[in-house]
Design a protein around this ligand. Structure first.
Ligand code: GDG
Length: 500
């Protein structure tokens, strides 16, 4: 009971390596993504802890070290490791979270798989996370819970520790009531979220959708709304809204709705883009690709990321425009999910089939139009590719935010390059200067990629300048400040805005 801030996130914030038979804990290898962003809070709050799971054969193993102290480049912090058995991990994460919640959050009712869900196990695991957070939190501490796989933690934690401030952040979209209410556990989930002091989302639309779900299940009276910051409103794009709800008042408390889009670490990406190593890599890639133009697509192998539709759009591009055959290439980095998640196997197969077909149709002995990379690429390499690619083609069918598009913009130290971005990525509300497109329309996809490839340099640079200003303005530091203000308002000032 000693931490002023407890972060509850399922992934461990370090890598465990065995050196000469002894276990050592090291900072996670991946310098990008959400884990380092969350870890940056350890430099801001002295007594902080992180609760994660650690897969263990037997959760009652007395030799298991639950609480460990870590010291890495981010600071000193405590990690509370919950021993979960492989069966618990499979049931709570791979099945309930990924097969039932994930498709609904992203609007894919047809992928929703109810049958294998074991709800008691999901509750048991969430209870264990809540117990660990309750054990770590100092009196009046802030507990910051992340993502839908821990939806029930706030409700349990409130019962155990009424004194703590609870904030919950959604990294995914939050759907409207007619989609969310497919979940038969909707009442329990919403009641748990209403036990929070703050419920956080990337963009205004998700907060409005959350209110629609709450209203469908209980009467919450008037919900105040304010005007959306013009920076978060790409005029006319699919996810843009003009107003946003600020709080829900229940009999027990005010639940603040925090809208703070996650950003990327612009300084770090720039620094990396400016190293000799990255420069050399970029030079090497440029000389390898010669005169060909590169379209770059990066994302996890997931049906929400729209990889198959994008490959098909690329095939249409080569069919429609013979002038581009042998001239344009697609570098498609699609990182497969954890090996235990069979749900993603068909999509991997589909990507391989389409890429193979395109290469068969339009390739030669010396030229393959699609390079499908099905493994994680080191981040320096990715940053070098970001600098070399003429177009970043990011067209998810649904995406809470999407950090790849922001990384691409941050890495373009030459001020050139085109971003083609799906309107259904949360990032689209901030990045109106991108070529926004609708991945559900073949015509819109074709129009966007033509526009990107034919765009005059002056326009490319003008758009990139605006994009860079947005990405710089809302970087990880900005997100961290907003989050700290929400987590601990007395210490970080008044965050309220006048009502409209
Ligand atoms: C969830 C939400 C939301 C990808 N391939 C490689 C690689 N990556 C890195 C990217 C980026 C990260 O993974 C992916 O972040 P995204 O935001 O694009 O997507 P999700 O993983 O789905 O994240 C999403 C996010 O949470 C944050 O709230 O934006 O909407 O779904 O940083 O660079 N990194 C390396 N090699 C790769 O091959 N090193």
């Amino acid at each position: 009971m000693s931490s002023d801030l407890v972060i509850v996130y399922h992934r461990q914030p370090y890598d465990e390596v065995e050196v000469d038979g002894k276990v050592e804990y090291r900072a996670n290898k991946s310098p990008n993504g959400i884990v380092p962003t969350l870890k940056s809070f350890f430099g801001k709050v002295e007594n902080a802890a992180w609760v994660a799971w650690k897969e263990a054969e037997d959760s009652s193993d007395p030799g298991f070290d639950r609480v460990i102290r870590i010291e890495d480049s981010f600071g000193k912090y405590t990690v509370y490791r919950l021993p979960l058995t492989p069966d618990q991990v499979k049931s709570f994460y791979h099945v309930t979270s990924k097969e039932a919640f994930w498709p609904i959050l992203h609007g894919f009712k047809e992928k929703y798989n109810y049958d294998p869900v074991d709800w008691p196990t999901f509750k048991e695991v969430n209870w264990a996370f809540a117990e660990a957070a309750a054990a770590e939190a100092a009196p009046g501490a802030s507990v910051w819970v992340h993502d839908y796989n821990l939806w029930l933690v706030p409700g349990y934690l409130r019962q155990m520790r009424p004194d703590v401030r609870i904030s919950f952040y959604h990294h995914t979209p939050f759907p409207a009531a007619d989609m969310f209410n497919v979940l038969p556990w909707r009442g329990e989930i919403i009641e748990s979220l209403l036990a929070c002091d703050v419920v956080g989302f990337h963009i205004p639309r998700y907060a409005s959708n959350f209110v629609s779900c709450v209203r469908s299940l209980r009467d919450v009276g008037n919900v105040p709304r304010i005007k959306v910051d013009p920076d978060l409103m790409s005029e006319g794009s699919a996810l843009s809204d003009r107003t946003v709800p600020t709080s829900i008042y229940t009999e027990e408390r005010e639940v603040q709705l925090g809208v703070t889009p996650v950003g990327v670490d612009v300084d770090y990406i720039r620094e990396l883009a400016n190293t000799e190593k990255t420069d050399k890599l970029a030079e090497k890639f440029r000389s390898e690709i010669g005169d060909t133009r590169v379209l770059l697509s990066v994302g996890r192998t997931d049906y929400t990321k729209g990889g198959a539709d994008q490959l098909i759009a690329f095939e249409r591009l080569l069919e429609r425009r013979p002038d581009l055959r042998g001239v344009v290439r697609l570098l498609h980095v699609s990182v497969p999910a954890n090996r235990n998640m069979t749900v993603y196997e068909p999509i991997q197969k589909e990507l391989e089939e389409i890429a193979g077909r395109i290469n068969g149709r339009f390739g030669s002995f010396t030229f393959q139009p699609v390079a499908l990379i099905s493994r994680a690429v080191p981040f320096e390499e990715l940053v070098a590719w970001y600098q070399v690619a003429d177009v970043a083609w990011i067209t998810p069918l649904a995406d809470g935010m999407n950090l790849v598009c922001k990384e691409y913009v941050a890495a373009r130290k030459d001020g050139d390059g085109v971003l083609v971005l799906s309107e259904f990525a949360g990032a689209a509300v901030e990045l109106g200067a991108a070529v926004l497109t609708n991945p559900f329309s073949t015509r819109a996809m074709d129009f966007a990629i033509d526009l990107a490839l034919d765009m005059p340099e002056e326009e490319r640079r003008a758009r990139m300048k605006l994009l860079q200003a947005s990405v710089e303005k809302r970087d990880t530091r900005h997100w961290a400040e907003d989050q700290l203000a929400l987590l601990s308002p007395e210490d970080f000032g008044d965050t309220s805005t006048p009502e409209v």
